[in-house]
Design a protein around this ligand. Structure first.
Ligand code: ASP
Length: 612
């Protein structure tokens, strides 16, 4: 899979036709050599101004890019007078003639760099205060994120942000294009609804007209899209806003966007096939070529080879189970782990020399991730150079080298622990080290489906089964009450470069089966009726077999834009504490509003901030 750098900025959607009015009749980005000699009217913001004695140069910016204006006292005295007063971010309209630049002044860094506009008239449309941070430039902002979000409308003027938001719009347009073409109907579902079961905490909205009752904001449109299948729409999609009250991370926001899809009369392969074409089209719009079919990796295999259900398969360093090579070992640490039902797993990091201090740092890193320790070794001859080598026999070392495919000088890392801990630690180290050591090929992209999921996982803390996806996921074969953990879900996740970008399943379309699954999850008939009665009832009125998927639109856009955080592809995101420094949300409300809702606060409310 390749990424072509040429994510074109000059596609026709970037330059919609202009009617031509007193402000402008062309876009700045359209100023190309083929228009030299034309009289044009442009409008935009002062990106930069340079005063060269007599001449004033201004980079004028609109959504499509920048173009250089020249204000020359010989042909535009009034414009020059204005030019002297202009400051960054003032808004202007200018009238002038497009000319070719002399070869030595061509600017190859901007698409309009071969031309400039000789201004005849300039009018100031809006005077700008000095912005709190620099707007021009392609790089990341020197301002902190809090300041950028406080002045988000200015931050969004910066080129990288503008391009990210434009890319997002292009990707969402591509989603709609493909799905509309495939006969899917876009149908909206409510935002004020009942709790939906994606396993996070709900955001609640008090109902004024039924005091003491609350709407929940949807964690996803899951139940509504299933009802739409019962309604007979057969193919649905929605670019849906979802809400989950969770602790935030770089790839999480309290409100986020899903591309939500559902289809009727389908098997797993139908959903996967339609979605592979969708993904190829959408990523194609970002310049990423996707080869079909996308590799499918069973869940167990993903856990064993990569230690995670979201493997980054752009590089090797796969995990290897070493318990077999150590079957007879007398090394206390490995012996106790294996006998206690744990595993010994390792990873070959390739030929690499690390100083002792870095190896010690790796041990601490593994411990911070939850491991009791980390064994490091370099293959040397038939054995190991490692503080652990002396505890292992020559045969064991040879077997370990062979299992890990180790060659002379390769660095080997080994963890002995419970399977979940060994996977978590080595899986995380694998990603981090590949990144740190530059093992991920530049510009490479890799997608895979994770399939054959367990239906349930045992939650040790709460002593009960949890669904790996959600409780409406259908499964293969029989569900046994003795061993629910053996049931395999008809579920699939799509992973891109180690990020889960989508997940879905075939659903349970039989109400009796649905009730049984809820029972395994510890939801008895009364609770099932109270929480999901409407779904169970709908399933009794002729429900077609159905299944679907939902994608994290923010994640897809962040990956396509090469952004570190989904916040960089959301116009108005929240900070890591869930606040919006621009509007001040969340904010205290008036006593009167609370009274209307029948709500009394336990603690006195902080005083409402009046707009700073
Ligand atoms: N509703 C699921 C989610 O939000 C996706 C799906 O099963 O379609 O993760």
């Amino acid at each position: 899979m390749t990424h072509s750098a040429a994510v074109s900025d000059s596609s026709s959607t970037d330059f919609p036709a202009l009617r031509g009015n007193s402000y402008r009749d062309a876009w700045c980005g359209q100023m190309q050599p083929d228009r030299v000699g034309e009289e044009v009217v442009l409008a935009g913001w002062v990106n930069r101004r340079r005063d060269h004695g007599g001449l004033i140069f201004i980079d004028l910016r609109d959504r499509t890019g920048v173009v250089q204006l020249v204000l020359d006292p010989d042909d535009a005295g009034e414009a020059v007078a204005l030019g002297h007063k202009l400051r960054s971010e003032d808004v202007l309209t200018v009238h002038g003639r497009l000319v070719e630049r002399s070869p030595e002044t061509v600017n190859p860094d901007i698409p309009t760099g071969a031309v400039e506009l000789r201004v005849a008239e300039a009018t100031l449309l809006s005077d700008a205060d000095t912005p709190p941070f620099e707007i021009e430039g392609k790089g990341s902002s020197s301002a902190g994120e809090e300041t950028r979000l406080r002045y988000r409308y200015l931050d969004l003027r910066r080129e990288p942000m503008r391009e990210a938001i434009k890319l997002r719009a292009r990707l969402i347009a591509a989603m709609r294009e493909q799905l509309d073409g495939d006969g899917f109907l876009e149908i909206e579902t409510p935002v004020l609804t009942r709790s939906t079961p994606e396993g996070a905490r709900d955001f609640l909205v008090p109902a004024r007209l039924q005091q003491g009752s609350f709407y929940a904001l949807p964690q996803s449109p899951q139940l509504f899209k299933q009802l739409l299948m019962v309604s007979g729409f057969e193919r649905y999609y929605q670019v849906a806003r979802c809400f989950r009250d969770e602790d935030l991370r770089a790839d999480r926001q309290p409100d986020f966007t899903q591309l939500d899809i559902e289809m009727s009369f389908v098997e797993v392969d139908d959903v996967i096939e339609a979605n592979e074409r969708l993904i190829r089209h959408v990523l194609g719009a970002a310049g990423v070529e996707v080869e079909l079919p996308i590799e499918r990796i069973p869940y167990d295999e993903a856990m064993s080879r990569f230690g995670t259900d979201k493997p980054d398969i752009r590089f090797g360093m796969e995990l290897v189970e070493l318990s077999e090579a150590l079957r007879e070992t007398e090394f206390r640490v490995f012996r106790a782990t294996i006998d206690g039902g744990g595993v010994v797993k390792g990873m070959n990091c390739g030929k690499r020399e690390l100083p002792r201090a870095q190896l010690d740092a790796l041990i601490s890193e593994a411990q911070e991730l939850g491991a009791k320790g980390l064994v490091w070794a370099f293959r040397e001859g038939d054995g190991w150079r490692s503080p652990t080598a002396k505890f292992l026999t020559a045969d064991e070392l040879a077997a370990l080298n062979s299992a890990l495919g180790a060659e002379e000088g390769d660095l080997l890392l080994v963890v002995a622990d419970k399977p979940a801990v060994a996977n978590q630690v080595l899986g995380t180290l694998r990603n981090r080290l590949a990144e740190r050591w530059g093992e991920i090929p530049e510009g490479a992209h890799a997608l895979c489906w994770i399939v054959d999921w367990p239906l349930f996982e045992w939650n040790d803390d709460e002593g009960r089964w949890n669904p790996l996806h959600h409780p409406f996921t259908s499964f293969e074969g029989e569900l046994s009450d003795e061993d629910p953990g053996a049931a395999r879900a008809l579920a699939y996740d799509l992973v891109w470069n180690g990020w889960e970008i989508g997940g879905g399943s075939i659903r349970i379309s039989d109400s009796t089966v649905q009730e049984r699954v809820l029972a395994v999850l510890g939801i008895d008939a009364d609770e099932a009726e109270a929480r999901f009665g409407f779904l169970l009832e709908a399933l009794r009125y002729g429900a077609p077999p159905h299944g679907g998927i939902a994608y994290g639109v923010d994640r897809i856009c962040a990956l396509a834009a090469g952004a570190d955080s989904i916040r960089d592809v959301i116009a108005f995101p929240k900070t890591s504490t869930g606040g919006d420094p621009l509007t001040g949300a969340p904010a205290p409300v008036d006593e009167g509003q609370l009274r209307d809702l029948g709500i009394r606060l336990n603690a006195p409310a902080p005083r409402a901030k009046t707009g700073e």
